[in-house]
Design a protein around this ligand. Structure first.
Ligand SMILES: C[S@@+](CC[C@H](N)C(=O)[O-])C[C@H]1O[C@@H](n2cnc3c(N)ncnc32)[C@H](O)[C@@H]1O
Length: 224
């Protein structure tokens, strides 16, 4: 058996179930298994999907289920290891009766690795953990390895969408994307990326950042 490569952890919280209601616990135990996608079953789950959106680190899922609601003919895959966030997203997915959302409650990179090449239309990384201390920068999920992996899995006309309210991380994202040479970059100045994309569904972090007056950078990066 091939031993799985040990990844540097890019998330801080995971199996924390503290503060979850009985309803949230039962969504995890009962509903989640019915909409779970895994590295083993992803080919099968996506065989009929005409358009695929893949979100890394959906938090409480506002963008994931909001976009799924707006685009009923596309399939949305959300990855998030934080159980409480997943349970909140499940509550909304169930309430809205969305049949086009699949969840992977673990490290998105394991699922992304297993996805077929050229299978994703949009790949979102919204407000990734900034890991602000220099010694933690290696934990930032956006790095050359991830940009190469995403490029392989995006369709020829696919798009990587990233957003951040953290000045240093926003700079880091742009530098790494430009350096990769794998995506079309309209400007290498982050100040030119503050326009919210059309039909955008804001996330919890975004709303909080806006409420305290932070600049938000939205990178929409077509695959070259
Ligand atoms: C700062 S939060 C932002 C959440 C959400 N995108 C939003 O804007 O509200 C970053 C999220 O990314 C998740 N995350 C970090 N590394 C991840 C990984 N490798 N795979 C999946 N999720 C990850 C964390 O658990 C956390 O919930």
């Amino acid at each position: 058996m091939i031993e799985q490569k040990k990844r540097i952890q890019s998330f801080a919280r995971r199996r924390m179930t503290f503060g979850m209601s009985q309803k949230q616990r039962s969504l995890i135990a009962g509903f989640l298994p019915t909409i779970t996608i895994t590295p083993e079953n992803c080919m099968d789950k996506l065989k009929d999907a005409a358009e695929v959106h893949f979100e890394i680190g959906f938090g409480n899922g506002e963008h994931l289920y909001g976009m799924a609601e707006q685009n009923p003919n596309a399939m949305f895959i959300g990855c998030e290891p934080f159980v409480k966030g997943v349970s909140q997203a499940l509550g909304a997915i169930e309430e809205k009766q969305l049949g086009n959302v699949l969840i992977y409650m673990d490290d998105a990179r394991d699922l992304l690795d297993a996805m077929p090449a050229a299978s994703i239309d949009y790949l979102y990384i919204l407000f990734p953990d900034p890991w602000p201390k220099a010694r933690h920068h290696k934990r930032r999920i956006i790095n050359q390895e991830l940009l190469r992996l995403a490029h392989t899995k995006l369709k020829p006309n696919g798009t990587l969408v990233a957003a951040s309210d953290h000045e240093d991380y926003a700079e880091w994202i742009l530098e790494h994307v430009v350096q990769s040479g794998l995506y079309a970059v309209k400007s290498s100045n982050k100040a030119d990326w503050q326009l919210e994309p059309a039909a955008w569904v804001p996330t919890k972090y975004e709303a909080k950042a806006k409420s305290i007056g932070s600049n938000i950078y939205y990178y929409t990066l077509p695959k070259i």
